[in-house]
Design a protein around this ligand. Sequence first.
Ligand code: AHG
Ligand code: MN
Ligand code: MN
Length: 349
Amino acid sequence: MSSVSKTASKTPIVTRPNEIVTIERHILDQQAAHPEARGDLSKLLYDIALTGKLIAREVNKAGLVDILGETGVTNVQGETVQKLDDFANECFVKTFDHGGQLCVMGSEEVDDPIQIPSKFECGDYVLLFDPLDGSSNIDVNVSVGSIWSIYRRKTESGPGTLEDLLRCGAEQVAAGYVVYGSSTMLVYTTGEGVSGFTLDPSIGEFLLSHPDMQMPKAGTVYSLNEGYRNLFFDSTVRYLEHLQTNDPDSGRPHSARYIGSMVADVHRTLLYGGIFMYPATKKAPGGKLRLMYEANPMGMIMEQAGGMASTGKERILDIQATELHQRIPLYMGSEENVKLAVEFETGVR
Ligand code: AHG
Ligand code: MN
Ligand code: MN
């Protein structure tokens, strides 16, 4: 950590491709490298891109049409559901319930497993998603996103069950997110590195803009809701004090950035390095963010880009889920930053 210069993290490590590659082409090329593949995962990835475009279109006109405001319904997390949450959730369900690749789905917005209607075939995969992350930011035109992860089913055949959904993140076969920001980007991994695509809205195509994304080994930005400082445990407060201590030689104090949309905060962390965290608090000792919809998919992206994802004590992707809407404390980002956070959280420092 001591070798980090203040400017080291300012330039994202991105190799610009000099060819025009659509996401379809990229998915096909990846599939071609696996002659045994039947194409089901590829179909799921195409449909992720389609869902992303449908949601992006709606998010982009959120200020124009009478779509703002809240439906007044509370979701399973006890939070107010906004109309765009509903829309995004429906987009996922309507895109994925009839393709024949999935046997069950799980959504942050839906209490129970989402079954595939009996008139459609069930497939070998399982999809979990946070249809719209950061939805409290919609009304103020700040980036939001969708986060998703795909597993192979555990049960043999027929409709999927809770057993297919309650998994360990290390079992993910693909994961990613779409961030609806100043441009719409789709970032995903199938366990062979991370690729980023930017939507060209004029042609409706995601084009490869960020091939083989690797995050900086260390960064000088930390991201968390510091308003909860008085609710944090001592280990977390001491860690924050360390980051804020003036020590120019080691690049401290670090800068704080917090958007309040995990998808956007993690996207920045992926590009610039540093750490995003949502620690345990005295009020919420289990953390706030969800293991299956937020921590696991983003954790896989971080690791595939050379970063780390931890609860502060253990690797996120090693946790076996016991509940669909399970929450978890979270520290993810550049390897050196996360290692340091873990040292504080485990009492090594
Ligand atoms: P969601 O909109 O899917 O419910 O997620 C909101 C999450 C996440 O995006 C963000 O990092 C966090 O909530 C913000 O929480 P605080 O307002 O407590 O900081
Ligand atoms: Mn979320
Ligand atoms: Mn959400």
